[in-house]
Design a binder for this molecule. Structure first.
Ligand code: ATP
Ligand code: MG
Ligand code: MG
Ligand code: MG
Length: 477
């Protein structure tokens, strides 16, 4: 099945179970101070769960574009390194607002995966909430019993509160969840690990595909739990992961979701995909990041120097850096991926197709300005390298801090000239800066909370070339 067919099959299946299909909400969130970007399918239904809005359709399904690059869910650093965490991904979901509950949710998930989508039953396993004595929460034996009708008991495993009890926040609806995992390891490898050990497999070919949340409690202000009068179902399935399992690939990037982008990058760089880990990672980063950046812009968030705009600018520059350093793109290239992406999402998320030229133009402008900074930095490097054998730590740090050179890039430039970087001194300078920013965090208090979650090891200094020096440099840790 193609990815288009798989997406359609999901929506058609739930439509056949009387679900109303709704459009994806934008990935940019404008009216919720606790959230910058949509990070789960349930976001747009938050008010329904909180009882703040009337339920029009008790059964709903959709595919929601989600971005996990800030706040509670920040997967950015995994992206490109592993093969199943993306910045932007589609979360397929079905919901019951006070309508059906565990029995149907489990039955339908199983039927869809195994009968409609024909996933190998022997590679599926599920988890249920094991309970939590400190809160007097029992094991979810209801879910266990419903699963038992479909799957062997030794493939129903126990999960702890962290993985199998979902909460919206400190207060509000919450409840146990059941996760569905797919195991793509070889038969021999699978035979060696059974039962509860599967949960701890921590293997790149054993991946979570679907999370079924059963909201049956409400957490009160004082921390205690009460039963909800109306119980809800909230599910989320990673579309790109599902496609990978159905298409029998060992990486999301090998599916038809990402291949058109990867092939385009490979062609234009003249480097085959699958040749070398470093260039492969770079191609994965580019093909992933173009999705996040393009949809953020199409949904109304331009790259900028603060808050959500800054997160998008960083993702964009991360991609340009990878393109420049590992794929040898010295001129703007990233924007060229927009038409490839827009064509892919035509008829799915037309927002991008409709604004393709604008999105492309914004990215091109960003690229031009960032590459200029990179070029100036390289000139500085060339001058320095003339008279020195070793790139000392302070200079490497200056390149990092002022010109946005990741240490990888400086190292690469140095090695090309037969020089080396004093890494120890660089680390020291970096640490000193971290200490300074930590001391300065008090300036940060008025800022949007999630911005401070940006990984501190990522470079932030290029904006010191702009007027916003202070704000940017201290928005840390
Ligand atoms: P993981 O443990 O793999 O990080 P999760 O438990 O954080 O996933 P959920 O919050 O349960 O994910 O989201 C529901 C589903 O969305 C997951 O089962 C997974 O299939 C998918 N998903 C979550 N994060 C990502 C991501 N960064 N990229 C692609 N798919 C994702
Ligand atoms: Mg996660
Ligand atoms: Mg998980
Ligand atoms: Mg999960």
């Amino acid at each position: 099945m193609t990815s288009r067919e798989i997406r359609a099959a999901f929506l058609e299946y739930f439509q056949s179970k009387s679900h109303h299909i709704v459009p994806s909400a934008p990935v940019v969130v404008k009216n919720d101070p606790t959230l910058m970007f949509t990070n789960a399918g349930m976001n747009q239904f938050k008010e329904l769960f909180l009882g703040e809005a009337a339920v029009k359709y008790p059964r709903v399904a959709d595919t929601q574009r989600c971005l996990r690059v800030s706040g509670k869910h920040n997967d950015l650093e995994e992206v490109g390194i592993d093969t199943y965490h993306h910045t932007l991904f589609e979360m397929l979901g079905n919901w019951s607002f006070g309508d059906y509950f565990k029995k149907e949710a489990i039955e339908w998930a199983w039927e869809l995966l195994t009968e409609v989508l024909k996933l190998d039953k022997d590679r599926l396993y599920v988890t249920i909430f094991e309970g939590d004595a400190s809160e007097n929460l029992e094991r979810d034996s209801e879910a266990f019993n419903f699963w038992k009708a479909h799957i062997a008991e030794d493939r129903i495993l126990l999960g702890n509160k962290k993985d199998n009890f979902w909460e919206m926040g400190d207060q509000g609806p919450c409840g146990p969840c059941s996760e569905i995992h797919f195991d793509m390891r070889s038969n021999e490898e699978r035979a060696a690990v059974k039962g509860q050990d599967l949960v701890n497999a921590d293997h790149p070919q054993v991946i979570e595909i679907w999370n079924l949340v059963f909201m049956q409690f409400n957490r009160l202000k004082n921390g205690s739990l009460e039963h909800l009068p109306n119980k809800h179902v909230d599910t989320g399935m990673g579309f790109e992961r599902l496609v990978r399992c159905i298409q029998g690939k060992t990486s999301n990037y090998d599916t038809d979701v990402f291949q058109p982008l990867i092939q385009y990058i490979s062609e234009k760089s003249g480097i085959p995909y699958g040749q070398d880990e470093k260039t492969d990672i770079a191609m994965r980063v580019l093909s992933d990041h173009i999705r996040a950046v393009s949809f953020a812009i199409a949904d109304g968030q331009l790259p900028s120097n603060n808050k959500a705009g800054y997160v998008i600018r960083r993702i964009l520059r991360r991609a340009v850096r990878y393109a420049y350093t590992f794929l040898n793109f010295k001129n703007p290239f990233f924007h060229e991926l927009v038409p490839v992406l827009a064509a892919q999402f035509k008829g799915v998320f037309d927002e991008l197709y409709a604004q393709q030229d604008f999105v492309e133009k914004v990215i091109l402008e960003e690229e031009v300005s960032f590459l200029r900074t990179l070029t100036t930095g390289i000139q500085r490097f060339e001058n320095y390298a003339e008279g020195n054998q070793v790139i000392d730590g302070d200079f490497a740090f200056e390149l990092f801090d002022t010109y946005g050179f990741p240490i990888d890039l400086t190292d690469l430039l140095a090695r090309e000239k037969g020089l080396y970087v004093d890494m120890e001194a660089f680390d020291k300078a970096l640490q000193a800066q971290k200490d300074r920013s930590r001391a300065a965090t008090t300036i940060d208090t008025g800022d949007w909370v999630t911005v401070s979650d940006i990984d501190e090891s990522e470079f932030v200094g290029y904006d010191s070339l702009t007027a916003n020096t202070e704000i940017i440099k201290y928005r840390k840790v």
